[in-house]
Write a protein that binds this ligand. Structure first.
Ligand code: DLZ
Length: 167
């Protein structure tokens, strides 16, 4: 099966991010990976016009805490979108399954609870190499993909909101 390069996208398909504000939550577990995801996300947001001051970054201990970190952004800031960045690598126990299920459900719930794009930028891999390949390696950077997704979703939401105001 061919795997998509996570950093490959049509530049023209991405709206201008100059009036958008983003919160990024980064997990400290596997920081070699998640730090690279964060650098990719920040660079991609800036590439599409988002101002430095409109990119807020906070860290949480592990991927399981990403949901609450995201909720803090939703409750206490005026960001347009929240990007959750983490990396869960399969180990010998079932911890992997519980963390992945927890954060996937948590991220989904935040989207609905706050009517806000909360982006799932979390690698869930069998091993470290698969993660490195997707954190700036041969398969691109999931942080780039998450940033592009966030900009597109904010733009979509703003379009809906402006249409509602016209009627
Ligand atoms: C405990 C744990 C384990 C075993 N593996 C990972 C991992 O691969 N990636 C990750 O982001 N976090 C891991 N954690 C930490 C949990 O996410 C969480 O921080 C702890 O269970 C405390 O709630």
């Amino acid at each position: 099966m061919a795997t998509k390069n996570l950093s490959a996208y049509d530049l023209n398909s991405v709206p201008d991010g100059k009036d958008m504000k983003f919160g990024i939550v980064v997990s400290e577990w596997n920081y070699e990976i998640t730090g690279a995801l964060a650098r990719g996300a920040v660079e991609t947001l800036k590439k599409h016009g988002v101002k430095d001051d409109d990119i807020l970054v906070n860290h949480v201990p592990g991927s399981f805490e990403l949901t609450l970190g995201g909720q803090f952004f939703a409750e206490y800031t005026d960001v347009d979108s929240i990007i959750l960045l983490g990396c869960v690598i399969q180990g010998e126990t079932r911890h992997f399954d519980f963390i992945c299920q927890g954060v996937a459900k948590g991220a989904t719930d935040l989207n609905i609870k706050y009517n806000l794009p909360v982006i799932f930028g979390i690698l869930t891999t069998d091993n470290q190499q698969q993660a490195l390949d997707r954190a700036g390696g041969k398969l691109g950077n999931k942080g780039d993909e998450a940033a592009v997704t966030a900009i597109k979703m904010v733009s979509l939401q703003k379009n809906f909101e402006s249409e509602i105001q016209i009627e």
